[in-house]
Design a protein around this ligand. Structure first.
Ligand SMILES: [Zn+2]
Length: 105
């Protein structure tokens, strides 16, 4: 399964934001697997906020989580959407781009 981490660049594969890139700002896990992610500027929802004494209110835009199956990681080495493989060495687990072989930290 695709391992996605905070600060990764991803590209959206389907839905209204198809083809857009963004940075992962939050990873949501379910049963220890990445299930949904929040991506900056992707899947935005507008919320009307009522004004309060300290807040003028108005429309607040907020990212909604998207399913991890709808995105693909963008490799920082070759800048292409890619699948990764996980290399396990004595030093730990590393994600490696299947296209260019770059280690993705
Ligand atoms: Zn690459």
């Amino acid at each position: 399964m695709l391992e996605i981490k905070k600060k990764d660049q991803i590209i959206v594969l389907s839905g209204k934001d198809k083809g857009k890139n963004g940075e992962v700002i939050k990873v949501l896990r379910k049963d220890d697997k990445v299930s949904k992610i929040l991506v900056r500027g992707i899947n935005m929802a507008s919320k009307h906020k009522k004004p309060t004494r300290n807040d003028p209110g108005g429309i607040v835009k907020k990212e909604l989580p998207i399913d991890v199956s709808k995105v693909m990681l963008v490799c920082p080495g070759c800048s292409k959407p890619t699948r990764i493989k996980v290399n396990i060495t004595e030093g730990g687990k590393f994600r490696v781009c299947k296209k260019c072989g770059q280690t993705i930290v």
